[in-house]
Design a protein around this ligand. Structure first.
Ligand SMILES: Cc1cc2nc3c(=O)[nH]c(=O)nc-3n(C[C@H](O)[C@H](O)[C@H](O)COP(=O)(O)O)c2cc1C
Length: 169
């Protein structure tokens, strides 16, 4: 099996997960590691595709990339600002996997929380007087996210990729 790992990462969280996943593969097994690039991944059998969550889905870079892929096994991984809910992670994976072409196979997906830019917290703070309860929850979530991806997320991503690799052996 030939593998490729692509990722779209604005602030580095998803890249961290991509790096953890890459450690599962030898140089011979992994044809490519980097930004989505059809030409460089067209000979891979299994593609790990990573995304940062943008309004509940993945960025347009990945949508364009998925439209070029045919007859591939696709494994998703992503990071998102909201954490702690498997149901939320699943809903994102479901939305993103629906963007994969019908002749590709969606294998499985991994998600974890990822820190957000400080401007988002500042925007929340401005809403504190307006909706204190809701805003406090959002600020608490922001602060929880600020330490992710952490070592546990990295370890889980690595273990996830190992399971996927074994499933193709
Ligand atoms: C414009 C924008 C939109 C976002 N939309 C969402 C969203 O809908 N849901 C969510 O959970 N996180 C959202 N986030 C948070 C990011 O997905 C999260 O911080 C992610 O880990 C960033 O990954 P990166 O460092 O690889 O770019 C958004 C962040 C930005 C800047």
């Amino acid at each position: 099996m030939k593998y490729a790992i692509v990722y779209s990462s604005q602030t580095g969280n998803t890249k961290m997960i991509a790096e953890a996943i890459s450690k599962v593969f030898t140089k011979e097994e992994c044809l490519y590691f980097g930004e989505p690039n059809y030409e460089k991944t067209k000979d891979a059998d299994v593609i790990f595709a990573g995304f940062w969550t943008d309004k509940g889905s993945c960025s347009s870079v990945l949508i364009d990339y998925f439209s070029q892929l045919h007859n591939k096994q696709i494994v998703l991984f992503g990071t998102c600002g909201y954490g702690g809910s498997e149901a939320y992670y699943d809903s994102i994976l479901q939305r993103v996997s629906a963007l994969i072409e019908d002749d590709c196979t969606y294998v499985d997906g991994f998600m974890c929380q990822g820190k957000m830019p400080i401007e988002i917290r500042e925007r929340y703070e401005m809403k504190m007087a307006e909706a204190p309860e809701k805003t406090k929850k959002m600020i608490d979530n922001f602060d929880q996210a600020s330490v992710h991806p952490n070592e546990d997320d990295i370890r889980k991503a690595f273990a996830f990729a190992q399971i996927i690799k074994h499933s193709f052996e």
